[in-house]
Design a protein around this ligand. Structure first.
Ligand code: ATP
Length: 639
């Protein structure tokens, strides 16, 4: 057999299936076009007919069709007359007729007119009139053709959509698009690739064990969980963990994203859910992994009346039913991942459905070190890489951010044609990821540059002399991303933040504006980011953390996220006013304190600004030279 014959069986079949349709439609089109030229019947008016044909005794017979039209046949021997040249022949030879067609108002009028016109004719000159009714194909075709074309167009559309959606035709719409990984197609990721997350790994390994050795659990009467929800901020390794499960479990693993259920056609989502579970049960023991489940699992609430998506709800309902429907020991476990567990429907999270929740937090310093180790492995590194310092400099970074830093550092090193990736490349990568792209070409006037230098020096001096602020590592006035300069800190990781810490952070953020105010007696728009941060922090302190004396120990925070969708605030007008007043007071007090601190240290502020203007970047060592060693114990306590 010719191998090429077999190469695309699916395509060939679908082509055959549609062949007849194309040909039928093309034939229809040709027939309609040709039928006009096949018999050249000429439309004629009564007057012309009577004067030029009837009165000359050229008519052989008349045929009245469907009481609407009179077909006129000319005597054969008269067709040679030049005036009949146009109708005497058709494309196949002599035209047998009809040669002319006459539209008649009604049969009665036609008969009266004919009688009148032929009243002087001798009996053998009289004309035979026959009446027939016929089915007019051309009218039907005229209707069929556009309908046929529309159907053809629709088929084309559906086929291309079907292909785009992963299926080969429209008939595959309701089929699940899940990717299947099994012994033939294995995931290469193992638990060794997932760094940190020790507790989560233990939990998830247990799930794998449920599938492999269900007897150990069921013999004691335990029910095997049906659903496991991986919850955590973006980039914390949820998908990675699921891929590791696929690599380690050695059972068929169906993986798809929540959004793949939802199509533009109603009912497709539900049918895909059914199909997915059917396939998984056939291959049990197996695992289904639904990434970004919030795409379908969003809570169905009254509040969403404006934004309800029926199709999504149907899909969710079907998912709930399937989770309920399969028994506890059928050997199918559903893993799902989301970073918005708060918006998920409660029914999805209840025991019996996704009853196990595994939280993946942002990594702590130790875990970040582990993650760095995983991502540094494939890189060619210089000796001077300090893993500990790297992890200390990246608080709040997720696994994905760390992977990004490692890759970015390698790219920077490659751009500089280095043989090894060194410490400077990592620092540059962190700066770039945190601050954005360096923009040395940005045009800044000398006056603006001076303002920026004082602004950044203001942040630096204030944070240097406050007890509860992070260690400053460098100050720069090189524009990066949207910012024109920055003060870089080495943040400590806190689980809780005290009131004094909050207040000191607000002061440090206001340092830039206060410095501008003090030196130039004028403030600029450059403090936008700082003010945004300060305002949010102050509102959080007052309205959420219960840190304000007048508001008291009250929090308007709503962990369920319901309030976000409410149009009304959960407190009274009077409280709203009080919150606003307290926030204003808090920020004003912090501002006054900051300005005072800068006035006391004005000499240091000026020296630092001058050094910044000269060098553009000032590191910790130079900061120490200007402001003295930062001895936290001797710094004044926040009042
Ligand atoms: P999202 O919620 O946005 O989908 P996610 O939690 O699913 O994010 P992943 O896709 O799993 O995030 O992680 C993205 C990348 O980050 C991974 O491909 C991996 O390179 C890296 N990463 C994240 N966490 C870890 C980790 N614990 N160990 C090693 N690499 C990690």
């Amino acid at each position: 057999m010719n191998p090429s014959e077999n190469s695309k069986p699916g395509r060939k079949n679908s082509f055959n299936r549609f062949n007849w349709l194309y040909f039928a439609l093309i034939a229809l089109l040709l027939f309609t076009l040709l039928s006009g030229s096949y018999n050249p019947v000429k439309e004629i008016s009564w007057l012309e007919f009577e004067r030029n044909i009837l009165s000359r005794h050229d008519v052989a017979r008349i045929e009245v069709v469907n009481k609407e039209k009179a077909n006129i046949y000319i005597k054969e021997d008269r067709l040679d007359d030049p005036k009949y040249e146009a109708v005497s022949k058709n494309i196949f030879g002599p035209n047998p007729g009809p040669h002319y067609a006459l539209t008649i108002g009604s049969v009665e009028t036609f008969e009266t007119k004919l009688q009148e016109a032929t009243k002087d004719f001798s009996p053998d000159q009289q004309i035979a009139v026959s009446y027939i009714s016929s089915f007019d194909w051309s009218t039907v075709l005229a209707w069929l053709l556009p309908v046929g074309l529309i159907i053809l167009f629709w088929f084309f559309m559906m086929r291309s959509i079907g292909r785009g959606g992963g299926g080969s035709s429209i008939f595959n719409f309701g089929k699940s698009t899940a990717q299947l990984l099994d012994k033939d197609r294995k995931s290469k990721i193992t638990f060794a690739d997932v760094a940190g997350l020790e507790e989560a790994k233990v939990e998830i390994m247990e799930i794998v064990d449920f599938l492999k050795n269900p007897g150990n659990y069921t013999k004691l009467g335990a029910k095997i969980p049906k659903g496991v929800m991986l919850v955590g901020p973006p980039g914390t390794g949820k998908t990675l963990m699921a891929k590791a499960v696929a690599g380690e479990a050695k059972v068929p693993f169906f993986s798809l994203s929540g959004s793949e259920f939802v199509e533009m056609f109603v009912g497709v989502g539900a049918s895909r859910v059914r199909d997915l579970f059917k396939r998984a049960k056939e291959k049990a023991p197996s695992i289904i992994f639904i990434d970004e489940i919030d795409a379908i699992g969003r809570s169905r609430g009254k509040l969403q009346a404006f934004q309800t998506n029926d199709e999504r709800e149907n899909t969710l309902n079907q998912l709930l039913t399937e989770l309920d429907g399969f028994g506890t020991n059928t050997g199918v476990i559903v893993l799902a991942a989301t970073n918005r567990a708060d918006i998920l429907d409660a029914a999805l999270l209840r025991p019996g459905r996704f009853d196990r929740h595994i939280y993946l937090e942002l990594p702590n310093q130790q875990e970040r070190q582990e993650i760095f180790k995983v991502h540094l492995k494939p890189l060619k590194l210089a000796e001077n890489i300090d893993l500990k310092q790297l992890s200390a400099q990246t608080p709040g970074f997720s696994g994905a951010d760390i992977a990004n830093i490692c890759n970015e550092a390698a790219l920077i090193a490659a751009r500089k044609s280095k043989d090894l990736v060194d410490w400077d490349d990592f620092n540059e990568a962190i700066d770039r990821i945190v601050g954005g792209l360096e923009k040395k070409s940005k045009i800044i006037s000398p006056r603006e540059k001076k303002i920026i230098a004082y602004h950044e020096a203001g942040h630096a001096v204030v944070s240097w002399f406050l007890k509860n602020t992070n260690t400053l590592i460098k100050v720069t006035i090189i524009p990066r991303g949207k910012s024109l300069g920055a003060a870089w800190y080495l943040p400590e990781e806190h689980q809780i933040i005290t009131k004094s810490q909050f207040k000191d952070e607000i002061c440090a953020a206001l340092g830039g504006r206060a410095a501008e105010d003090l030196i130039f007696n004028e403030i600029s728009s450059g403090a936008l980011d700082d003010l945004e941060k300060v305002t949010k922090q102050a509102y959080n302190m007052v309205a959420y953390y219960g840190l304000d004396d007048k508001i008291g120990h009250i929090s308007f925070y709503d962990s369920t996220g319901q309030n976000e969708r409410l149009l009304e605030k959960p407190y009274s007008e009077a409280t709203a006013k009080l919150i606003d007043e307290e926030v204003r007071k808090l920020v004003q007090e912090a501002y006054d304190r900051t300005k005072q601190l800068l006035a006391t240290n004005r000499d240091k502020l000026e020296s630092l600004a001058a050094l910044l203007l000269e060098k553009e970047v000032v590191f910790e060592k130079d900061l120490e030279k200007i402001m003295g060693k930062r001895a936290i114990e001797t710094l004044a306590e926040t009042e």
